[in-house]
Design a protein around this ligand. Structure first.
Ligand code: SAH
Ligand code: SF4
Length: 395
C-alpha cells in the first residue's frame, strides 16, 4: 500500500498518472486529505469512481499510531508517536492567543549530539520519511479541529516550527516535500513566514533550502566563538561560525524575511557572561572578525534541564543582563517563554524513545562532561587553554 502522506501535490499527480488517472485529480485528492482530514476514499464524493476504487485497493492515508498524549498545565500538548522498531518521536502543540504552533520532529534521535540537548544525548536511530513528518501535522490539525469544535476551514495550527527531535537539514530529501505540503494553498496553506526550519548549521543545506523553499530560518548558535561552539554544537567543527554566517547572509538574499533568528540557549556559567554578550553583539554587527555581520533577531532560550545533562539554567537576572547588552547594542532580542516543561515538552526536552544505532549517546557520556566542567570553572575571559583553531575534523 502506498501512503498518500508521502506526496507533495506534484508527487501525488505522478501517482495519479501511474494509476491511469488524470493529473489534475491530485488537487482534489490533496484537498480531501490535507484540508478536510479525510482518510476514507469512499467519502471523497467528488472524485471519479474509478480513482476511488483504485485508491481503496492501492493507497492509504497512513497516520502514525499515538503511543501517548500528555497535556500540560499551560495547555501545551505533547504526542508520542510510535514509528516502529522501538523508535518513538514527539510532537508538541503550543496554544497561544490567536495562534497555534506545532513543533515537529524530523528524525528519530539526532546525530549532532549537542551537549545541552536531550535528543542529542539519546543518539540517532534514523531519518523520518516525508509521510512521518507530514503525519504529525495531519494528526494534530484534525484532532485539534475536532476537539476545539472548529468550523470547516478554520485552522488549529497557524505556525509550524521544525524544532522537535532531530536536525531537519540532515534529512533534507524528506523535509523538502513536507515543507511543500505545509505551504501548498491546497494543503495547509501556511505562508513561508509561518514555517520555520531550525538548524544547528548544516551549511550546504542552508544553501539548498534558500534555492528550493526559503521558509523562515532559525539558526542554533549558542556561543559567540568557535572554541565554545565546537564543544556545545559539535557540527561547528565542520562548519565554523564564519561559514555559517556567510550561508545565512546568502539565505537572506532569497528569504521572505529580512532577518535570521539566532537561538541561544542560556547555560549557567558556560555561555552567559557579560563578556560573551559583548562578543555576540560584535559578531552579529560584523566587528567580530567574521565578515560583515548578520541581519538577525536573537532569541534567548533558558536552558531546560534534563537528567544527565550536568548543566544548569542561567539565573533570570543573568539572562536579563545578557539581553540588555544586545538590546542596547540595537539587536532585537527576546527571551523565549518556557512552555510545557511539566510534561517535558519544552525545547530540548524531547526524547521520545530512540534505539541509538550510532552509539553517539554513549560517546557523549564518556567524552564531553569533563571538558564542559573545566569550562564552567574557567570563564572564557580568563581561559588559558590553547585556542581551538587550525585543522577541523568532520563532526
Ligand atoms: N536540530 C535543530 C532543531 C531542534 S532543537 C536545531 O538544533 O536547531 C530546537 C531548539 O532547541 C534549538 O535551538 C536547540 O538548540 C534548542 N535546545 C536544545 N536543547 C535545549 C535545552 N535543553 N534547553 C533549551 N533549548 C534547547
Ligand atoms: Fe540535534 Fe538540534 Fe538537539 Fe543539537 S540541539 S542535538 S542539532 S536536535
Amino acid at each position: 500500500m502506498v501512503n498518500l502522506l508521502q506526496f507533495d501535490r506534484v508527487g501525488l499527480g505522478d501517482f495519479c498518472e501511474q494509476l491511469g488517472e488524470k493529473r489534475f485529480r491530485a488537487t482534489q485528492l490533496f484537498r480531501w486529505i490535507h484540508q478536510r482530514g479525510e482518510r476514507d476514499p469512499a467519502a471523497m464524493t467528488d472524485l471519479a469512481r474509478s480513482l476511488r476504487e483504485k485508491m481503496a485497493s492501492r493507497a492509504v492515508v497512513g497516520a502514525l499510531p499515538v503511543a501517548s498524549e500528555q497535556v500540560a498545565a499551560d495547555g501545551t500538548i505533547k504526542w508520542l508517536f510510535d514509528v516502529g522498531a522501538g523508535d518513538a518521536i514527539e510532537t508538541v502543540f503550543i496554544p497561544e492567543p490567536g495562534r497555534g504552533t506545532l513543533c515537529i520532529s524530523s528524525q528519530a534521535g539526532c546525530a549532532v549530539n549537542c551537549r545541552f540537548c536531550s535528543t542529542g544525548h539519546q543518539g540517532f536511530s534514523r531519518n523520518l520519511s516525508t509521510a512521518e513528518i507530514v503525519a504529525q501535522l495531519w494528526h494534530a490539525e484534525f484532532e485539534l479541529r475536532r476537539r476545539l469544535g472548529l468550523a470547516p476551514g478554520e485552522r488549529a495550527i497557524t505556525n509550524v516550527v521544525m524544532m522537535g527531535m532531530g536536525e531537519p537539514l540532515q534529512n533534507y530529501a524528506a523535509l523538502l516535500p513536507a515543507l511543500r505540503v505545509m505551504l501548498d494553498d491546497h494543503g495547509y496553506g501556511l505562508s513561508r513566514r509561518r514555517v520555520t526550519v531550525s538548524t544547528s548549521g548544516v551549511v550546504p543545506m542552508i544553501e539548498r533550502l534558500r534555492d528550493d523553499c526559503p521558509v523562515a530560518l532559525a539558526v542554533s548558535l549558542h556561543a559567540p566563538d568557535d572554541g565554545l561552539r565546537d564543544e556545545l554544537v559539535p557540527l561547528n567543527r565542520k562548519y565554523p561560525i564564519a561559514e555559517l554566517f556567510a550561508a545565512c547572509r546568502s539565505y537572506l538574499d532569497r528569504a521572505p524575511r529580512d532577518f535570521i533568528t539566532l537561538e541561544y540557549c542560556m547555560l549557567d556559567g558556560v555561555n552567559d557572561s557579560a563578556e560573551q554578550a559583548g562578543a555576540l553583539l560584535a559578531l552579529v554587527r560584523g566587528s567580530g572578525g567574521t565578515g560583515s555581520g548578520l541581519a538577525c533577531k536573537i532569541n534567548l532560550i533558558p536552558f531546560n534541564p534534563f537528567p544527565a545533562s550536568g548543566l544548569h539554567r542561567s539565573p533570570p537576572e543573568r539572562v536579563a543582563a545578557f539581553a540588555a547588552v544586545l538590546q542596547t547594542g540595537g539587536i532585537v532580542t527576546t527571551v523565549r517563554k518556557t512552555r510545557g516543561d511539566d510534561i517535558a515538552a519544552a525545547c530540548g526536552q524531547l526524547a521520545g524513545e530512540v534505539q541509538d544505532r550510532t552509539r553517539v549517546g554513549e560517546r557523549s557520556v564518556r567524552a564531553l562532561p569533563v571538558r564542559i566542567e573545566h569550562r564552567v570553572a574557567a570563564p572564557l575571559s580568563r581561559r588559558t587553554d590553547p585556542p581551538t583553531g587550525g585543522a577541523r575534523s568532520p563532526a
